[in-house]
Design a protein around this ligand. Structure first.
Ligand code: HEC
Length: 174
């Protein structure tokens, strides 16, 4: 049941076998080394005559707007009461509650969810956190895969591009 992620060695195929949840609450240590700015626009004059740079190069994401739309419905119905309507979670998510449990973390890219690839996000939603000593309920009997991936798409739609890119670089699509 190890669920350690090696933050420093991107080449390693992580053995992060099927662990749901996350034990590592250090969060956000990955410096965004190469800030993905394809900035070749040294000139400050923003002339509209430069369509290539004018149209901000949208990061390609794995999901579509349809996923996000369905995901919002799923999320509002099943997740928002804990994680917040905009997946903002609990600001003090690293701080245990008086009962020793962790509060629902933000899923909007400001906490830790982006350290997990899709497959792990999926299984943590399917199985919940209770098997790992947490409190999140399991959704295996409530949501199908389409709904689970849509819910993931919804909270990922809150992620900034640099977070999304860092996630993808860490093999997020796995
Ligand atoms: C009853 C409150 C509750 C509900 C409802 C809930 N969660 Fe959670 N969630 C938590 C808590 C608390 C954690 C932290 C781990 C734990 O204690 O189980 C968590 C953890 C997570 C994680 C792991 C985050 C990380 O940084 O590793 C994901 C992903 C997640 N929830 C997604 C969802 C989704 C999607 C839904 C709706 C389908 C949902 N949760 C519904 C309370 C909840």
């Amino acid at each position: 049941m190890t669920r350690q992620y090696t933050f420093t060695t991107p080449a390693i195929l992580l053995l992060a076998a099927l662990a749901g949840g996350c034990s590592d609450r250090a969060g956000g240590q990955d410096s965004d080394q190469d800030s993905n700015q394809t900035s070749n626009n040294n000139s400050v004059t923003a002339t509209p005559a430069s369509p290539v740079t004018a149209a901000a190069p949208a990061t390609r994401r794995w999901y579509t707007q349809d996923h996000v739309t369905l995901g919002k419905t799923v999320f509002l119905e099943h997740c928002a009461r804990c994680h917040g309507e905009n997946a903002e979670g609990t600001p003090d998510w690293k701080q245990t509650l008086p009962d020793g449990n962790y509060p629902p973390p933000p899923l909007n890219g400001t906490a830790h969810a982006w350290h997990h690839p899709l497959s792990v996000l999926r299984s943590s939603i399917l199985e919940g956190g209770i098997p790992l000593g947490g409190t999140m309920p399991a959704f295996a009997d409530k949501l199908n895969d389409d709904e689970i991936y849509a819910a993931i798409a919804y909270f990922q739609s809150k992620w900034r591009d640099d977070i999304y890119n860092a996630w993808e670089k860490r093999d997020g699509l796995r």
